[in-house]
Ligand binder design. Sequence first.
Ligand SMILES: *Cc1c(COP(=O)(O)O)cnc(C)c1O
Length: 400
Amino acid sequence: MTTRNDELLERYEHSVLGVFGRPPLVLSHGDGCWVHDVDGKRYLDLVGGIAVNALGHGHPALVAAISKQAGEAIHVSNLFTSPGQIALAERILGIADAPEGSAVFFANSGAEAIEAAIKLSRRTGRGGIVAAEGAFHGRTTGALALTHKAVYREPFAPLMPGVSHVPYGDEDALRAAVGPGTGAVVLEAVQGEAGVLEATTAYLQLARELTTAHGALLVVDEIQTGIGRTGTWFAFQQAGIVPDAITLAKGLGGGVPIGALVTFGPEVSGLLTVGQHGSTFGGNPLAAAAGLAVIDTIEEQGLLHHAAEAGQHLADSVAALDHPLITGVRGKGLLRAITLAEPVAVQVASAARDAGFIVNPVAPDALRLAPPLVVTTEQLDLFVAALPGLLDAVTTTKDA
Ligand SMILES: *Cc1c(COP(=O)(O)O)cnc(C)c1O
């Protein structure tokens, strides 16, 4: 029997560019941490649109804010500004503990925030950028030069010159790579796409020391880790450092596209001057209203604390399963990876989907979970309870 999913996916394959492959499902709507496919099946969404749906689906505060804003003004261009854009910039500077003289540039995506950071780096007068092996910074050609994965990069060579990649977490390699030609060191505090790998506090502090010593910028890519995902507003705050810039996107709009570059202090903020960068849509009133609603709701509902607690609960509960196929749980807050003893993540994710759970096989041996920050421990427990059965089913099928 052809389902509505099959029917639509057939049309997808004849109309949407094939860069994502054939998706497994056609989703029609969501509510809270649940999403529904077009055949009426319900799934617990433990990926949250890849760390985007911070408030889940259909959160009344976000829906009300963007509905109201849509009736007032969706877009005014950056020839003008809007009260919401200013308020969101102020709000971001506040939660980032950014010093006087800091500023926000609004874009529409993570890659665009990175592009702005690259231009900021170029304005130091130095052509070098140091990034990490395993890094993911986006797919536009500039951002791609910082992204490490060969299969993403190689078809598009030659990429922007001047970027070197150092093994993530290797202090000596970082020391050796940063010098007088370095404009910026760009790092994720937790490498999400690489499989949720955390940098140590010592590594991030060393990055701060080295960039300061050599007059380079430290840019922390908080596109995935920011806006409460790891249990604090930003992951860099847990390392006790002050970066020169951070990039934001994913969770900031709760699903409405928005990106941002935050420049710390007057000196860094002064590097990009009138006419040196821009965006037609960036920070429009609709996106700004979404960002404000997300930040206010996280604050009002105590979701930073909740993300830390719920994430710890998840990690503890998965560890307590003591399942032979589970080797550990990585990550912080509600950005986690369950690591597997065998490269069966794709099969487990597929079995999970059949059982009504959406998880992401971020690596052959790792399942990434980045659920909405509003996920309850009861919802996480539903998945933890199902996990041994999913793992057993996969290993039995494999051995058969
Ligand atoms: C997702 C992501 C990006 C790219 O964001 P897009 O909105 O897809 O362009 C960049 N850096 C990190 C750390 C990300 O997780």
